[in-house]
Design a protein around this ligand. Sequence first.
Ligand SMILES: Cc1cc2nc3c(=O)[nH]c(=O)nc-3n(C[C@H](O)[C@H](O)[C@H](O)COP(=O)(O)OP(=O)(O)OC[C@H]3O[C@@H](n4cnc5c(N)ncnc54)[C@H](O)[C@@H]3O)c2cc1C
Length: 241
Amino acid sequence: SFEAEAIAGEYVAALEAFERDGLDANVSVKPTGLGLKLDYDLCKRNVERVIAAAEPTNRFVRIDMEDSTTTDDTLRLFRELRDEGHGRVGPVLQASLKRTVADSESLAGASVRLCKGIYVEPESIQFRDDGAVRTSFVRALETLLDGDCYAAIATHDEWLVDRALELVRERSLTPEKYEFQMLLGIRAELGDRLVAEGHRLRIYVPYGRQWYEYSLRRLKENPKVAGYIAADTLGRLVPGR
Ligand SMILES: Cc1cc2nc3c(=O)[nH]c(=O)nc-3n(C[C@H](O)[C@H](O)[C@H](O)COP(=O)(O)OP(=O)(O)OC[C@H]3O[C@@H](n4cnc5c(N)ncnc54)[C@H](O)[C@@H]3O)c2cc1C
């Protein structure tokens, strides 16, 4: 619990640094890092502390989605925080999970990041076929856009980026209704193209000592996260790309 509080403190410090340096940046928090598996209430208090630091400067707090043992609690956390009046907070959905289209329907009006999902789950609950994941991504994105959500489209898959652009065009959505998100240093030319075409692009940048130690620990628990972390580390080593 001490470590979870320390990680919350790191997010608060990052928010203070954004303000000091005049950066247009938000934070993205990992619920298990903030204690979700230890104690739900502890995790919620830690997220509330981060939100309390973000709200005065109107910064957004994204709640990352981790493995499927955390999905229900993570969505519950988001819903409780929203219902308690925190408007600048939003969850993540993973298109590879079979439940995600239904979850998209239940999140009308929210700001939702949609990604494929990095965790390998039991086949009973996850699509394994790339085509099925893409189909699920498109269906979930349609549902979010039709449910008046602000969609954060987090992918480097050019096929999906192009499909997403068609969906926003079909609905005549203006660029402040959605954004693309990518990891620092990955498929930068695709990101540049989106920006040149007038779309919003947010870059996800891992940072800090806690992040590094936490990622190493997660890597030991689940070697499948390796590609994700390796890419993140690369992003940190070549900043500004
Ligand atoms: C901003 C952002 C936030 C995310 N948040 C979450 C989250 O909260 N929970 C979660 O489970 N997952 C999260 N992810 C990870 C996501 O689920 C995917 O695992 C990841 O984005 C790869 O899928 P893709 O859609 O880019 O498609 P892919 O088909 O995997 O990749 C398309 C192409 O992009 C390139 N590429 C993609 N990823 C990498 C990489 N790591 N290193 C090198 N090249 C790469 C490759 O050229 C690849 O061919 C996030 C991703 C992004 C961009």
